[in-house]
Write a protein that binds this ligand. Structure first.
Ligand code: BGC
Length: 762
């Protein structure tokens, strides 16, 4: 009786609190809507077109300067042209003070010299840490972050990035990239969370919640930008910004879900794909920008173009016969803001189009309302200025700690024949190759400069692999003739390598890719460059034990050298703490736990993903024919070794048959059967045995990372419902069809049966 009374009292209290929170929220929302409407009522067509215009910082800087504001140009942009948003750095990262000076001048002009005092939304690419802030610690690029299989780390890295970005006075970050890495030639591969749709969705959502926090007004939050919507990562040719051909069901089953998850996670903005799908440029497509993005995904935020992409509907895609028509097309398709960025053409054409009646003012109001709402949500109307106190409060030491943890967890041990690794503590090693003493390849794109190529912009404390090894083993135990310049002939000197090898037991060969960004990373051969392969052959010929460290943004083919190399470590683009992480793993100070977020192909004619269909396996396959028939990767998705061993036992599912509303519990026991502590990403895969659209052989459905002491066993639990096993049917709709499914974790496998026609009781 007392219990039930108490329960009633508390439940009433909770209802009251929930009700008052909800009504506060509703009130705040109504209040914001009213304020936005009030502004819209006062704004001219010019002011509205200006809000939809984003220009690059170059337009407000003094001629010849990389960072000094030209007050006349600034006034012209904000007062005469009414621009609502500015982006970017010129040339290289700025100091916190420079950012403050820039943002103060920008916001002062916006709120003091314009009739409606609307603050500027400043946007930046802080892609793997605050890469345009001088001296900042950078995290591994997303391929590495995905290899950690640690969503909490991804969230924390985003939060750390947000704190520093906000402390510089910037409130908008053009991240995360949500494309799927299924075209390894594509030069932005390193910016993705890998090839799997579930992994990308989970990691992307984690990053967004790290950026945006609970409330965008927070001193540690920034607006995120899910990008590049949609289909950018799948150019048929592999060249950047070239056409993609994507069947509707692939679009819906593979490419849309990360964006759907991002909208649910609260992404405030979206950036549009510069490319085209099935011949239709995405910037001109009402289907993608309005029907799907708004109508189906329910996205209510701001959709911004990518760099110069509106005018490119005319100059490159040739679907608009004039620059003005390009503006009309993009705006009518549903674009809210154009990253113009070098002139005011978008603004001028838009004003003309509205005055001529080709675009209604009502259409402008929709976009401007979204932009203003975001400015309100960010608290910019209350205080647009950088809060200088925030910078002083930043705990940069903890940032280094997280960046090291992320780099360590990203390290993926691909091969360790006869336990050649870890290296013995008293090892004398030869380090060779272009990435051995090179800082920029450890970071690549968006690192202090756009391409990350300019070493002079890096903090002097950033170690190369050579320096990290010297620190760990003593300079006397490390022989290295490699130089800091990736392209220098000395880094490929076979004769020198042979000479140096005479004195050592191990050759740590550091190969991979130079730093690059976007189109500058285009290649026409996935094989690792010939001089690097020759160096590797020379290392192998010495008869010493060769360990290969791959510092690269995408899986460059190594099948000609791999058979003779007993140890291979994939380091991705590990960034600031990368050299230390590589050294710690090779020396056994850290037990690696990274798992490949993509399939590492063996041959250029065999680019097949782990979740391929059964029909992708070569049909006429037979003994002496093509071998495994179509899927023979060098290393599959999910591969990654440890210095300890794990076994799986006792896979249990709460029921062997399930129905639409059922939630199954799947458990498995994971044991560390080796002699040292280790972490393991436990991955649950499924297979739909028969389906009306040819099913994949394997799909990742859940993952969880666990740490196990030597000898320890843990039970890992997942829930699985019909929705988790669904696919997109012939009619373009999601469906789980009745029938048998296999579920497996490690080497444990079981079957479950689904009946879509009966309703569950739970
Ligand atoms: C890239 C975007 C980036 C934008 C602004 C473009 O070239 O594709 O990812 O956000 O530039 O720097």
């Amino acid at each position: 009786m007392t219990v039930s009374l108490k329960y009633k009292k508390y439940s009433r209290l909770f209802t009251l609190i929930a009700f008052s929170l909800l009504s506060n929220l509703l009130f705040a929302q109504q209040d914001m809507d009213a304020k936005v409407q009030e502004l819209l009522n006062k704004m001219t067509i010019e002011e509205k077109a200006g809000q939809m215009t984003q220009v690059t910082i170059d337009l407000i800087l003094k001629d010849g300067s990389n960072y000094e504001i030209d007050t006349e140009k600034l006034k012209h942009a904000i007062v005469d042209m009414h621009v609502g948003s500015i982006l970017n750095v010129k040339g290289h990262a700025y100091s916190m003070d420079t950012w403050h000076t820039i943002l103060e001048a920008v916001q002062k002009t916006a709120v003091e010299a314009t009739p409606n005092h609307i603050p500027i939304l400043y946007g930046i690419d802080a892609i793997h840490g605050p890469n345009y802030l001088q001296g900042a610690t950078l995290f591994p690029h997303n391929t590495g972050m995905a290899a950690t299989r640690n969503t909490e780390l991804v969230k924390e890295a985003a939060h750390i990035t947000a704190q520093q970005t906000r402390a510089s006075g910037i409130t908008w970050d053009f991240d995360p990239v949500l494309g799927l890495a299924r075209q390894p030639l594509w030069p932005r591969f390193e910016e993705t969370f890998g090839e799997d749709v579930y992994l990308v969705s989970q990691m992307g959502a984690a990053a967004i919640s790290g950026y945006e926090q609970e409330d965008l007004r927070s001193n540690t939050a920034v607006a995120s930008c899910m990008k590049h919507y949609i289909g950018y990562s799948l150019p048929l040719s592999g060249k950047d910004r070239t056409p993609a051909y994507i069947p509707e069901y692939i679009l819906r089953e593979y490419l849309l879900p990360p964006f759907e998850a991002a909208v649910k996670a609260g992404a405030s903005t979206a950036m549009i794909n510069s490319g085209e799908i099935n011949g239709i440029p995405v910037h001109a497509s009402k289907y993608y920008l309005t029907d799907i993005l708004r109508g189906e995904l329910g996205f209510e935020g701001v959709a911004v173009s990518d760099w110069e992409d509106v005018i490119r509907l005319h100059t490159r895609h040739r679907v608009a016969d004039s620059p003005k028509e390009a503006v009309r097309m993009a705006v009518e398709a549903g674009l809210d803001m154009s990253m113009v960025p070098f002139d005011y053409s978008f603004y001028n054409y838009l004003v003309q189009l509205v005055k001529e009646g080709a675009i209604t003012e009502k259409r402008l109001d929709e976009s401007v309302a979204r932009i203003l709402k975001l400015k309100f949500r960010l608290g910019l109307f209350d205080d647009p200025y950088p809060n200088k106190k925030l910078a002083a409060k930043l705990n940069t030491e903890s940032f280094d700690k997280y960046a090291l943890q992320a780099a360590l967890e990203s390290m993926t041990l691909l091969k360790n024949d006869d336990n050649v690794l870890p290296l013995p503590a008293n090892a004398k090693i030869l380090l060779a190759g272009p990435t051995a003493h090179n800082v920029t390849s450890l970071h690549s794109s968006w690192s202090y400069t756009w391409t990350g190529e300019d070493e002079s912009q890096y903090p002097t404390t950033t170690l190369t692999i050579k320096e990290a090894f010297e620190k760990a083993l003593g300079a006397e135990n490390v022989i290295c003739s490699a130089t800091r310049d990736f392209a220098a002939a000395a880094n490929y000197d076979v004769g020198q390598l042979k000479k140096d090898a005479a004195e050592v037991d191990y050759i740590v060969l550091c190969l991979g890719e130079k730093a690059y960004a976007e189109g500058l990373g285009v290649i026409d051969d996935l094989n690792l460059d010939a001089p690097q392969l020759e160096l590797a052959q020379a290392a192998i010929a010495t008869g010493k034990k060769v360990i290969l460290v791959l510092v690269e943004g995408r899986p460059r083919l190594i099948s000609s050298i791999e058979p003779k190399i007993p140890g291979i470590l994939m380091a991705y683009r590990p960034s600031t703490m990368g050299a230390q992480a590589i050294t710690d793993v090779l020396l056994g100070n850290y037990n690696p736990s990274g798992k490949l977020p993509f399939t590492y192909p063996a041959r250029s004619g065999d680019i097949v993903m782990y979740d391929h269909k059964g029909t992708e396996v070569f049909r006429e396959d037979g003994p002496g024919d093509y071998g495994d028939g179509g899927f023979r990767p060098m290393f599959p998705f999910g591969h990654g070794l440890s210095y300890t061993t794990f076994t799986y036992n006792d896979l249990q599912v709460s029921a062997s048959a399930f129905r639409p509303e059922d939630i199954l519990t799947v458990t498995v026991k994971v044991s560390n059967t080796g002699s040292r502590k280790g972490s393991q990403a436990v991955e649950l895969y499924s297979r739909d045995l028969y389906a009306t659209v040819t099913p994949s052989v394997k799909r990742l459905r859940k993952f969880k990372k666990v740490e196990l002491a030597a000898g320890e066993t843990k039970t890992v639990r997942f829930t699985v419902s019909a929705k988790d096993l669904a696919f997109v049917g012939e009619d373009g709709k999601w469906i789980t069809e009745s029938g048998d499914f296999e579920i497996w974790i490690g080497d444990q496998k079981t079957s479950i049966r689904y009946d879509q026609n009966t309703s569950g009781t739970r």
